[in-house]
Design a protein around this ligand. Structure first.
Ligand code: SAH
Length: 223
């Protein structure tokens, strides 16, 4: 059995329970997404001392004052992107790489930006060991987006922002969806922007609490 097979077998029961109690019961409907989340070994994306708690209904620390998002929030944000398999996706805030892996399973290519270099180095090793080959990493301030690779069919911002950076809206393709936690530092509203020709349609989902998006077009480094 190779690493990947072992990883998938471990905690299968807890993953099933997570899908039933945290996702299905709260109204997640995307079956392909739930199939993916029943496979991706979330316990490998946290420190070994936290593995027993990896499938709990909460975010967990991943070092550098950052957190891996709660499973339900990962599901809700991913579902909002309506991925069918052919999309090119931009993710801002790679963090543990758990959300990145879910996106890589559900789309054709993922471009992910993280500002903290040691986080990227660690996450890259893990995602490579799990054999994801459709992820491109960049260490940068994601509030600028990734202009060279734009437009993107879907954009996911994994950190709290006072407003959606303009560059990201510009880099969203026609008929594309962008999801982000928008609001203050203490709490935000998951917000979905859809681009329809020259029109932008905005819709709000549940409230949430993310670590801040720190960069030129979001929060300053210190406050
Ligand atoms: N989806 C990730 C979330 C990690 S927390 C997970 O579940 O693990 C949010 C991440 O966004 C942190 O790693 C933080 O360093 C990163 N971040 C904050 N501001 C950023 C910016 N301007 N550009 C890129 N990444 C940023």
């Amino acid at each position: 059995m190779n690493l990947t097979e072992q990883a998938i077998k471990a905690y299968a029961g807890q993953r099933r329970k997570m899908i039933e109690e945290q996702l299905l019961e709260r109204g997640i409907k995307d079956l392909a997404l739930m199939e993916v989340m029943s496979r991706v070994p979330r316990h490998l994306f946290v420190d070994s001392s936290l593995q027993q708690r990896a499938y709990g209904d909460c975010p967990l620390p991943i070092g550098e004052n950052q957190t891996i998002s709660q499973p339900y929030i990962v599901a809700s944000m991913t579902e909002a992107l309506h991925l069918k398999g052919k999309e090119r996706v931009l993710e801002i805030g790679t963090g543990s790489g758990y959300q990145t892996a879910i996106l890589a399973e559900m789309a054709s290519q993922v471009f992910t930006i993280e500002r903290i270099r040691p986080i990227v180095q660690k996450t890259k090793v893990l995602l490579n060991s799990l054999r994801y080959e459709n992820i491109v990493f960049k260490v940068f301030d994601g509030t600028y987006g990734w202009r060279d690779q734009s437009p993107f069919d879907a954009i996911l911002i994994s950190a709290a922002t006072p407003s959606i950076p303009m560059a990201l809206i510009e880099q969203l393709a026609d008929k594309g969806h962008l999801v982000a936690p928008v609001g203050g530092r203490e709490s935000q509203q998951l917000t979905v922007l859809s681009k329809i020709g020259s029109r932008l349609v905005s819709r709000e989902k549940e409230s949430c609490k993310f670590v801040p998006l720190i960069g030129k077009f979001a929060w300053p480094e210190e406050e």
